[in-house]
Structure formats: C-alpha cells, structure tokens
Unconditional design. Structure first.
Length: 129
C-alpha cells in the first residue's frame, strides 16, 4: 500500500495513485512554488513514473511506512521546466530528487546509502524546524 499522496506542481490535475487517500495539489511551476513545496512537505520526491531508480526510492519509503509526496514530472505539462528549475536549485539533473524536512538529500544512491548506514530512519523521524 502506498503511503504517498501525489503533489502536482504544474498546470493540470494528476490522477489518483491509489485508493488510500492520494490526492493532487496544484502549485505553479516556479522556483518560489517549488521552494514552498519543499518547505511545506516533510518528504518530497520529484520523480518520473517509469524510472526504476524512482521506484526503488518510493519502495524504500513504502517499506519504512513513510508518508511522502511524489511529483511525477513526466505526468505534468511543466515537468521539464520544473526539472530544469530543480537543477538550478540543487545541481542535480536526474530523478529521483529527494527532499526531507526541507533539505536536499539527493537521488536514489544517496537515499539508499543513508538507509544502508542506518541514517535514513532518523532523518525521517526528525522534527521539522
């Protein structure tokens, strides 16, 4: 069962991912909107629906029963623009692009390395500042 709800940053609504309360939110595709979403959501994953690395990160979060917000960049009109803005903001060109408590974590390798070292769960458990 997916613990995520879908966060839409763009111009159109996204379909529900699962029957367990997944919903779409609308935010303009601008650096300010992205920054606001990062600050607002405890765990935010910028993803693409057919990306195996994105699937691994989301599966890891699911196994840890972590609620997260996923922005599927390939499912929204402004996805390419949002990805370019994320590159400007983080220096990371690829997905997944993961943020926890407003901090940029990185991609799949970074998240899995944190998990392997036993550092992911404590990060997920930290209170938001």
């Amino acid at each position: 069962m997916r613990a995520a709800r879908l966060l839409a940053i763009g111009t159109r609504a996204l379909p529900r991912l699962s029957p367990n309360g997944v919903r779409a939110l609308h935010v303009r595709a601008s650096k300010a909107s992205i920054t606001d979403a990062i600050a607002r959501e405890k765990v935010l994953v910028f993803s693409k629906s057919h990306c195996p690395f994105c699937a691994r990160v989301k599966a890891t979060l699911d196994v840890l029963d972590t609620k997260y917000e996923a922005v599927e960049l390939d499912a929204i009109d402004d996805g390419g623009h949002i990805q370019a803005l994320l590159f400007d903001m983080t220096g990371q060109r690829t997905v997944p692009n993961v943020f926890i408590n407003g901090k940029h974590i990185g991609g799949c390798d970074d998240v899995l390395a944190l998990h392997t070292r036993g550092e992911l769960v404590p990060k997920l458990s930290e209170e938001r500042l």
